[in-house]
Ligand binder design. Structure first.
Ligand code: NAD
Ligand code: UDP
Length: 388
């Protein structure tokens, strides 16, 4: 079959694939579907319970995409159509999950079921039908760094071996069971172990992806506009919501935790390389992040405040941030990862991938999108709320 002109990293033509994308209607799924439609000849079977973020691709597909993408509204918990779709595809990519930290300690059962139990049939059908699987895990499987257990000013904390997270070497360090924050990380770790074991014992062809804070347009929701008023999304959407409403950004426990943020479009390039280079990607677990974009959460808040003022033309508040305790913000059982620097050696060696976009640039693009998409809706919602 024609390759659509695409070649893999070894110069061989890439045959068009049929890809079952589970969780296609989410943040990462929507960017992946867009990329596959715009730049490849691959066919997508898009599975999700919602399609709002890919409506422009599937409801109905524009004429240029006829026969290239179809939407299958189903819940993988309990739908017998799942196996048929996996059988129809050459490759399955599983993105479906509950993956917002506010849920991990408040809905631990749903979190564990979603990230482990509900993923089991996907792994089983891929293994039994000899289909390739790309499974989305998380950088949270690393948990806390080794260095975090040393005294605050201990010199070893500065040594990379005490904080850099390496796929096949670093341990997974979680807090105690009462800290239910770790329900997500633990469920993701167990499904990783199961996928790995299916590879070792039954020959499943798999790749595991560990995203390190991928961010960009369409991430999560703005509470009260396209999500529940009381909902707590991930930090990008929380801070965007505060900026749109002209309220201070809330720093949990002083905003001292450190994160590395990668632009969604850079990260999707890495996923496409995995899709089109199975010989280089199979059997591996890959970190996908940007070690050069490290900030504390406080620094992120300051940067977002500055960038939002620039893109919106609105001056920042006099007190742009406030401190809140984790218990107040997330409730009982919250805990945090202290620092997340991905080791990029493996993905660089296998797939030649490197992230490109500096944090400031990706925040500028993303906050421009947030302002254009949500400012009017937030204003309307705030007027309605004061009127009632
Ligand atoms: P998301 O919440 O935007 O997308 C997940 C999608 O899965 C949603 O559209 C949801 O409706 C769908 N889904 C959930 N349960 C389902 C079910 N039972 N049946 C059908 N569809 C279901 O999240 P995302 O940011 O796109 O993350 C995708 C994956 O990447 C998740 O597995 C997540 O754990 C992992 N991940 C993402 C990040 C990140 O930075 N965005 C970081 C770490 C891990
Ligand atoms: N956070 C914060 N204020 C908010 C939302 C999040 O200080 O309004 C912090 C949170 O405690 C964590 C970091 O921001 O230290 C990143 O949170 P996110 O929800 O994006 O997920 P995580 O990286 O922990 O998986």
């Amino acid at each position: 079959m024609a390759s659509g002109g695409r070649t893999d990293l070894d110069g061989a033509a890439v045959a068009p694939l049929t890809i079952c994308v589970i969780g296609a209607g989410g943040f990462i799924g929507s960017h992946l579907c867009e990329k596959l439609m715009a730049e490849t000849p691959h066919v997508v079977l898009a599975v999700d319970v919602y399609c709002d973020k890919i409506r422009h691709l599937v409801d109905p597909p524009p004429p240029r995409l006829a026969g290239r993408i179809s939407f299958h509204r189903l819940n993988i918990k309990n739908d017998s159509r799942l196996e048929g779709l996996i059988k129809m595809a050459d490759l399955t990519i599983n993105l479906a999950a509950i993956c917002t930290p506010a849920d991990y300690n408040t809905r631990p059962l749903d979190t564990i079921y979603s990230n482990f139990i509900d993923a089991l049939p996907v792994v089983k059908y891929c293994s039994e039908n000899s289909k390739r699987l790309i499974h989305f895990s998380t950088c949270e499987v690393y948990g806390k760094t080794i260095g975090s257990f040393l005294p605050k000013d201990h010199p070893l904390r500065k040594e990379p071996e005490f904080y850099v997270l390496t796929e096949d070497e670093s341990p997974c360090i979680f807090g105690p069971i009462v800290k239910q924050r770790w329900s997500y990380a633990c469920a993701k770790q167990l499904i990783e172990r199961l996928v790995f074991a299916e590879g070792a014992e039954n020959g499943l062809e798999f790749t595991i992806v560990r995203p390190f804070n991928w961010i960009g347009p369409r991430m999560d929701f703005i509470p009260g506009v396209d999500g529940p008023s009381e909902g707590v999304p991930r930090v990008l959407a929380c801070f965007s919501n505060n900026l749109l409403r002209r309220e201070p950004l809330k720093l949990v426990d002083g905003g001292e935790s450190q994160r590395t943020f990668v632009y969604i479009k850079d990260a999707i390039e890495a996923v496409l390389l995995m899709i089109e280079n199975p010989a280089r990607a199979n059997g591996h677990i890959f970190n996908v992040g940007n070690p050069d974009n490290e900030v504390t959460v406080r620094e992120l808040a300051e940067m977002m405040t500055e960038v939002y003022a620039k893109v919106s033309g609105e001056p920042p508040l006099e007190e742009p941030v406030i401190d809140v305790s984790a218990k107040e913000f997330y409730g009982e059982g919250y805990d945090d990862s202290d620092k997340r620097i991905p080791d990029m050696t493996l993905i660089n060696k296998q797939l030649g991938w490197n992230p490109k976009t500096p944090l400031k640039d990706l925040l500028e693009t993303t906050l421009t999108y947030q302002h254009k998409t949500y400012k009017e809706a937030v204003k309307t919602q705030m007027c309605l709320a004061t009127a009632t």
